[in-house]
Write a protein that binds this ligand. Structure first.
Ligand SMILES: C[S@@+](CC[C@H](N)C(=O)[O-])C[C@H]1O[C@@H](n2cnc3c(N)ncnc32)[C@H](O)[C@@H]1O
Length: 256
């Protein structure tokens, strides 16, 4: 069997970021409380997707802790792998716009992989995420601003800018998603770079194939990712305790 691929997210900062998340969230909650919340959170993402628009994923301290401690590091590892694999994704970026930034995990991964590091603007509709994202960008030594807003209607900064929507598009209602994706394809035509990342599971993003065709026709690329890598200990422990299985971190991306 091939050895697991090793992702090297930006040095010790990744470990320090997770250590700080553990310290913060386990100050208020026990491990069994967080692992129970992780089960509830993963069922929200799979079986109760209609509740996402109401903010069900981030309702309550347990789900927030599970989101920050579990999905954050997984998204960070996946994004690091994607941007290091897609040619040209880490060069000449001065501003990175993190749409639906959540805890900042994915945006911090992309920005940290860039040389030189861009400034980051994180936007999210959920007020709790903004403090988390600001601390994550800080933990990775990035210069960043965060603001509350609806990504469907938020004005995009003047280009050139690299625009990330990681695990965000599937939470938008279809008309808003189509309108935003249309704007992003137009912006790519003006010199911006666009990266969309979503789960592999087809039911999460039924719109995927249509937009994959649009991105490819515009000169972009679509990829599927299956990453085997060592998980941070707290992520592996939560994975086991919640009965999930992330021996592989998977996802798919559109790049233009
Ligand atoms: C699954 S999380 C992903 C967070 C982060 N991008 C990551 O990769 O870890 C989706 C995020 O999108 C945000 N979101 C969903 N719809 C939004 C909207 N219309 N405007 C702004 N943020 C939105 C949610 O609040 C949540 O933080």
């Amino acid at each position: 069997m091939a050895p697991p691929h090793t992702v090297s997210p930006s040095d010790d900062r990744f470990a320090d970021w997770i250590a700080r998340l553990e310290e913060k969230h386990f100050a208020e909650l026990t491990f069994p409380e967080v692992s129970r919340a992780l089960r509830a959170l993963s069922s929200t993402y799979v079986e109760r997707r209609d509740k996402l628009a109401e903010g069900a994923a981030l309702s309550g301290a347990g789900k927030r802790a599970a989101f920050a401690l579990f999905y954050g590091p997984l998204h960070h590892l996946l994004l690091t792998h994607i941007v290091e694999s897609v040619p040209g994704a880490t060069q000449n970026i001065t501003t990175l716009l993190d749409l639906g930034c959540g805890t900042g995990a994915s945006g911090a991964a992309w920005a940290s992989a860039c040389q030189p590091r861009p400034r980051v603007i994180g936007i999210d509709r959920h007020p709790w995420t903004l403090g988390e994202a600001a601390s994550a960008y800080r933990a990775f030594g990035l210069s960043a601003t965060v603001r509350q807003g609806d990504v469907a209607t938020a004005p995009l900064p003047k280009g050139p800018v690299a625009i990330l929507a990681a695990f965000t598009m599937n939470e938008l209602a279809e008309p808003a998603r189509d309108a935003l994706l249309t704007r992003l394809v137009e912006r790519a035509g003006q010199g911006d770079r666009v990266l969309i990342v979503e789960p592999l599971a087809g039911f999460v993003a039924r719109w995927w194939n249509r937009w994959r065709d649009t991105f490819e026709q515009a000169g972009g690329r679509a990829d599927e990712w299956r990453l085997r890598t060592e998980l941070p200990p707290i992520v592996a422990k939560l994975d086991r305790a919640a009965g999930l299985n992330h021996r592989e971190i998977t996802g798919r991306s559109l790049w233009l």
